[in-house]
Design a protein around this ligand. Structure first.
Ligand code: NAI
Ligand code: MG
Length: 365
């Protein structure tokens, strides 16, 4: 049967960028004879407007059975005053939680044509292609005890960093598997010098590493890692780290490459019956209400998220390469949405013109 894909465009620019991915899916069907069973549903504010909940149970059930979910973005000012339990973000959090998506893949890739756009020197970022794997479901954002308590005559804010061996083991495994498919180099980052969870993290990652003798494993303290990421990011291939450090390091790494409009992500869970991991793909950016409805959004982050789905959920690595090369070609040709404009005198292309240009580059591939 065809690979199945659930598309959840969401709010704001979500539907706009997803329309461009649709063109690409259609191209694969027409020109490469790759048919996907695509279904589409509501999430976030759009789902709240129709059902009074940011994720309908039927949509949740569907997400559990498809090979991959592709989400646009959720949220917007219209929903800012809603009760916490039905806020658009809750729809996304429910998907992540119930699908148990513990490995968050955040690539930082610098297309040559955009190397001038980075805040770092061109030779530091040109050709950069690294991947940060962030543990997403445990650690200090979830550990108990937590809360603000009275102690003596003042209040204390408490969060607990807590990792079980199995939580470290499974995310380490995802990172090693990924490293095997890439440059066979993995750097694990923690703070084993000052944190108990860091000591355990290092031990478990080292243990899992014995099953992957081909992968060159190194360890780095996360603060030193942050420095190295800015100094010479090309020394890395895959980085694996916990939820908190991963949050910071992946946002920092993202900015090595330029605009939010360029950044894809994947969140992976346990393997399903077909051996593929449960998976949700989404651009890093949000619903961008400031530019929504104006045809200004850059669809590349969402297009590259679909490329990740081709690679990690559908075993179509060559087609993923083809799509990424098409994006690279379009940028090399000088096509820029407004967010990618540094220089004067260049006229930006619209969301749909950018999508059409990628399809044209696919045609020429
Ligand atoms: P945002 O990512 O939506 O926008 C930040 C800035 O980047 C804005 O100036 C926006 O115009 C620009 N931008 C973002 N994506 C772009 C694209 N594809 N092309 C061109 N420019 C782009 O973050 P913000 O403004 O903090 O949040 C807006 C809404 O999105 C909020 O309701 C927030 O809760 C939600 N949000 C949702 C996320 C998700 O669905 N995963 C993630 C982050 C925020
Ligand atoms: Mg963050």
């Amino acid at each position: 049967s065809n690979p199945s894909l659930l598309i959840l465009p969401g709010d704001g620019i979500g539907p706009e960028v997803m329309a461009e991915v649709r063109k690409i899916i259609d191209w694969y069907g027409a020109k490469r004879d790759l048919a996907f069973d695509v279904s589409e549903d509501l999430v976030g504010g759009a789902a709240y407007d129709k059902h009074g909940t940011p994720l309908h149970d039927d949509t949740m059930a569907k997400a559990q059975t498809v090979d991959a979910v592709l989400l646009g973005a959720v949220g917007g000012p219209k929903y800012d005053n809603l009760d916490f339990s039905v806020k658009p973000e809750r729809g996304l959090l429910r998907l992540r939680k119930e699908m148990d998506l513990f490995a968050n893949l955040r690539p930082a890739q610098c297309f040559d044509a955009l190397a001038d756009f980075s805040s770092l020197k061109k030779d530091v970022v040109a050709g950069l292609d690294i991947m940060i794997v962030r543990e997403l479901t445990s650690g200090i954002y979830f550990g108990e005890p937590r809360g603000i308590i009275e102690e003596g005559n003042e209040r204390v804010g408490i969060n607990t960093q807590r990792y079980t061996e199995s939580e470290i083991d499974r995310v380490a495994r995802s990172a090693f598997e990924l490293a095997m498919k890439r440059g066979k180099k993995l750097c694990s980052m923690e703070k084993a010098n000052v944190m108990e969870s860091g000591i355990l993290w290092r031990e478990v990652v080292t243990e899992v590493g014995k099953e992957y003798p081909e992968v060159e494993l190194s360890h780095m303290y996360a603060d030193a890692g942050a420095m190295q990421l800015c100094r010479w990011p090309k020394q890395f291939d895959v980085i694996v780290t916990d939820n908190l450090f991963g949050d910071l390091l992946s946002d920092a790494a993202a900015m090595l490459t330029g605009s939010l409009g360029m950044l894809p992500s994947a969140s992976l869970g346990q393997p399903m019956e077909n051996g593929r991991p449960k998976a949700l793909y989404e651009p890093v950016h949000g619903s961008a209400p400031d530019i929504a409805g104006q045809g200004k959004a850059n669809p590349i982050a969402c297009i590259l998220s679909f490329a990740m789905a081709l690679r990690y959920s559908f075993d179509m690595g060559e087609e993923a390469d083809r799509l990424e090369k098409a994006v690279e070609q379009v940028l090399a040709d000088g096509k820029r949405t407004a967010d990618l404009l540094g220089e004067e005198g260049v006229t930006p292309v619209s969301t749909s013109e950018m999508g059409d240009a990628v399809v044209a580059a696919l045609d020429a591939s």
